[in-house]
Each structure stands twice: as structure tokens, then as C-alpha cells.
Write a protein that binds this ligand. Structure first.
Ligand code: HEM
Ligand code: HEM
Length: 266
């Protein structure tokens, strides 16, 4: 009954308002914060290809639980991707509340932003735009990874990037996620007053510098990794070896030694 009264009047009989919007805001911050920190780990994992194919292979096997199961179990990665996907969807659903839902609302927001001429208000527009773009691009990536977790590795990932044409999507997704994530973390600090200290204005300036440094760092790392996957993918396509699973160097050496000792191929 009190739901009904609040639904019509905006207040309960006792004159109270629902706490739900505050709870939803908290959930949005929590899921956003989780995704942003997850992405730091994700970008470091993906960049392992910059060290070597073997290193990327070892990290992939680690996430497949190679320390428990001999060969690793890709289903573990599928489960992790599913959980991340659910958090992503919850965050996106909560984000929808903040997007302008018709032209009039958009016009009011734009006019407000122009008259304020305030940097943080402009940042909000980037946040809304990149968030909207990720609805599509993030979902495509997560679904593919979740259903093809067995096809992650130095060769399989490179073939997906190059021969399966994921690179154009990754370029756009990388830009969207890096801007959205670091702006989001900055907004979290400002919104919840973390690191406010004695002089919140000065802190805001420092936070903004850190935000830019992080955006540039992860964009450079991300594009360098993407270039590495594209290069390997192109080589595989040129050599006609697309679809071949990677064999770590240690296995190749072991194979050669074993076959030599029994007089087989060197
Ligand atoms: C479909 C995908 C997504 C949509 C539609 C979306 C939408 C939004 C929107 C509209 C906001 C602004 C909320 C506000 O101003 O109060 C926001 C905040 C945020 N987003 Fe996303 N987002 C998405 C994905 C992501 C991803 C992948 C990350 C991680 C890199 C992320 C991290 C954040 C963070 C840290 C915040 C700040 C939270 C806050 O201000 O309470 N988001 N998101
Ligand atoms: C558990 C979840 C996830 C897993 C296991 C995962 C795995 C991967 C892997 C293996 C790659 C290398 C390329 C490939 O194999 O296709 C990659 C690239 C990429 N992922 Fe994810 N991903 C996850 C979640 C996300 C999310 C939530 C986002 C952003 C919304 C994202 C954005 C990207 C981008 C932009 C690239 C290209 C980056 C680059 O090459 O530097 N991923 N991911």
C-alpha cells in the first residue's frame, strides 16, 4: 500500500522517500569500481604477449587452473567471463537511468553543460557516450570469450584478432573502456570524497593528472598489445597456419631431444 501511495505522491504516508535510488547509486559505483579494477588486471594479462608467446601461454594456462589440473580447464575462464558479464549487465542497466531518454532532456543537459563550462560536466558526456558504445561492443567480446574460452592463447587470440576481424572492434572498445574506466574511477573518488584531504580542490587537480596518466598508460599498453596480436595473426595467415594451436617452446625442445635420443627426427 505504501508503495502505491509513494508511487502517486512521491512520498509515503509518513512523508518519507524511498531509499532505493541511493542504493542503486551505490550499486552502480560498486559494479563500476569492480569493472574498472578488473580491467587493469585484464590489460596486464592481455599485454603478456609483449613479453613472449610462451609467457602469454603460461598466463592463459594459469587462469585455466593449470596449478590444479594438468592441462588446464577453459570452463574456468568461461565461468569467470559469465560472472563479469552479469556484473557488466547490472552496471549497464543502472547506467541507463542516467542517460537522457529523449531529445528535450538531451537539449537541457547540453545547455546546462555549456553554461556551466565545467570540465567534470563535460567528462560526464564522454562517460555517457562511451558507456552507450560499450553496450554493443563489450557484449560481443564477452559473449565470444565466454563461449570460446578454449580458443585463448598466442595463436588462437591472434587469429581471432586478425583472421576473424576482431581488430576494428578492439580498437574502438579499447578507446571506450579506457576513457570510461579512468573517468569513472576519478568520478568515484570525487563522488565519495576519497582522498579529499585538507584541500579537496587541490586533490581534484592531482586526481585529474593521475587520471590522464592512467588513460595514456593503458591506451599505449593496449595498442601495443593489439599490434602484437595483429602481427602474429598476419604471419599465421601468410604461412597458412591459421587455427593451429600453440605449442610452448619447452615442449618443442623436449620433443626434439626425445626423438633424437631414440634416433628419430632432430
Ligand atoms: C554497457 C556498458 C556500460 C554502460 C552503459 C555504462 C554506463 C555508465 C554510466 C552512464 C555511468 C555514469 C554514472 C553516473 O554519472 O552516476 C557509469 C559510471 C561508471 N562506469 Fe560504466 N558503463 C558501462 C561499462 C563499464 C565498464 C566496462 C567499466 C569498467 C572499465 C565501467 C566503469 C564505470 C565506473 C568506475 C563508473 C563510475 C561509477 C559512479 O560514478 O558511480 N563501466 N557507467
Ligand atoms: C572475464 C572476462 C574477460 C576475458 C576472459 C577477456 C579476455 C580477453 C582476451 C583473451 C583478449 C585478447 C584477444 C582475444 O583473445 O580475442 C582480450 C582483449 C580485449 N578485451 Fe577482454 N576479456 C574479458 C572482459 C573484457 C571486458 C569486460 C572488456 C571491456 C568492456 C574487455 C575489453 C577488451 C579489449 C578492448 C581487448 C583488446 C585489447 C588489446 O588488444 O590491447 N574485455 N580480452
Amino acid at each position: 500500500m505504501s508503495d502505491l501511495i509513494e508511487g502517486y505522491l512521491g512520498k509515503t504516508e509518513e512523508g518519507k522517500k524511498s531509499r532505493l535510488p541511493a542504493k542503486l547509486d551505490f550499486m552502480q559505483s560498486f559494479t563500476g569500481g569492480f569493472l574498472a579494477l578488473f580491467m587493469w588486471g585484464h590489460m596486464l594479462f592481455v599485454s603478456s604477449i609483449l613479453i613472449s608467446k610462451d609467457f602469454m601461454y603460461t598466463i592463459t594456462k594459469f587462469f585455466e587452473g593449470s596449478f590444479i589440473f594438468n592441462e588446464g580447464q577453459p570452463i574456468i575462464v568461461s565461468i569467470i567471463a559469465f560472472i563479469v558479464f552479469v556484473i557488466f549487465i547490472v552496471h549497464a542497466a543502472l547506467g541507463m537511468r542516467k542517460l537522457p531518454s529523449n531529445f528535450k532532456q538531451y537539449q537541457v543537459m547540453k545547455a546546462h553543460s555549456k553554461s556551466m563550462n565545467h570540465d567534470d560536466t563535460k567528462l560526464w558526456f564522454i562517460q555517457a557516450f562511451t558507456g552507450f558504445a560499450m553496450f554493443f561492443m563489450g557484449s560481443i567480446h564477452l559473449y565470444i570469450i565466454m563461449t570460446h574460452a578454449d580458443a585463448i592463447g598466442p595463436n588462437a587470440s591472434s587469429d581471432r584478432v586478425w583472421s576473424e576481424y576482431m581488430w576494428p572492434l578492439y580498437i574502438l572498445l579499447l578507446l571506450a573502456v579506457e576513457f570510461h574506466g579512468t573517468i569513472g574511477l576519478y568520478r568515484l573518488c570525487v563522488k565519495w570524497g576519497w582522498f579529499d584531504g585538507e584541500n579537496p580542490k587541490a586533490t581534484r587537480k592531482t586526481l585529474k593528472k593521475i587520471k590522464w596518466a592512467l588513460t595514456v598508460f593503458f591506451l599505449v599498453l593496449g595498442f601495443a598489445s593489439l599490434a602484437a596480436y595483429m602481427k602474429i595473426g598476419m604471419e599465421n595467415a601468410a604461412n597458412g597456419t591459421v587455427g593451429q594451436k600453440y605449442t610452448p617452446t619447452a615442449c618443442v625442445i623436449e620433443y626434439k631431444i626425445t626423438n633424437k635420443s631414440v634416433g628419430g627426427i632432430a
